[in-house]
Design a protein around this ligand. Structure first.
Ligand code: JBZ
Length: 221
């Protein structure tokens, strides 16, 4: 899978893309991520990429020309995604669907938004990671890249652990414990120390259903 990111803040993306499992997957060549500085296509001494909104109003709007130039200089036939608060909310099914595209371009919005001609004629779809206010699409792009990386063979490392995870299975995870068996008087549930794998499996299923009912009833069938 190949991902190109277009942003005025490449430095927000760089360190997270090098770290952790994701960084290793990229380093190993399972996934290719390139970050493009939108200001390379900006106007004037300050390489400006924004301007005041027609019709008036507060804030600035991203001009179309730098965004079209940045995306159109990327070779291939990518699926172009704009990270935007006006986008469809990202969920597990959305990640799986986007992961089927071999080549994505992620365009990070900034300022008060992007010129509507970008949405209409450059971008294939708009995605939001959730209903809270952010300053730009860079962190959402990272969230999407990490979520996508789990569906790229080789990046996760442990393919078997994918399917059992929450959201993939439609339930929250059961509670996990590790050593010590007692901490400040709080004990690990006896069944987990019993060695009875059937009983452990039943307990975990029951706990996953209980947690989902209490915390995320919207996930239940
Ligand atoms: C996003 C103007 O740039 C923005 C601002 C907020 C924002 C995004 C881009 S993407 N929020 C989200 O995923 O919710």
């Amino acid at each position: 899978m190949r991902i190109d990111v277009v942003t005025i803040f490449p430095e927000i993306l760089q360190a997270p893309l090098r770290a952790s499992l994701l960084g290793k997957g990229i380093e190993a060549g399972h996934m290719e991520v390139r970050v493009h500085d939108l200001r390379a296509h900006g106007f004037g001494k300050h390489r400006s990429v924004d301007d005041t909104p027609y019709g008036g109003g507060a804030g600035m709007v991203m001009r179309p020309e730098p965004l079209f130039a940045a995306v159109e200089q990327i070779e291939g036939d990518p699926h172009v995604v704009l990270l935007s608060p006006r986008g469809a909310r990202l969920d597990h099914d959305g990640v799986v669907r986007l992961a089927r595209h071999p080549h994505l371009v992620l365009v990070c919005g900034r300022y008060e938004g992007v010129d509507e001609r970008v949405s209409e004629h450059l971008v294939d779809e708009e995605i939001s990671i959730g209903d809270y206010v952010l300053s730009g699409g860079e962190l959402p792009a990272l969230v999407l890249i990490e979520a996508l990386s789990r569906y790229v063979p080789g990046v996760l490392g442990n393919e078997a652990s994918l399917e059992s995870e929450s959201h993939a299975a439609g339930l929250l995870e059961y509670p996990q414990y590790t050593r010590p068996p007692e901490f400040r008087g709080w004990s690990v549930p006896e069944v987990l120390l019993s060695g009875d794998h059937g009983a452990i499996e039943r307990w975990r299923k029951e706990q996953a259903e209980r947690a989902t009912r209490a915390r995320r009833p919207d996930l239940l069938p």
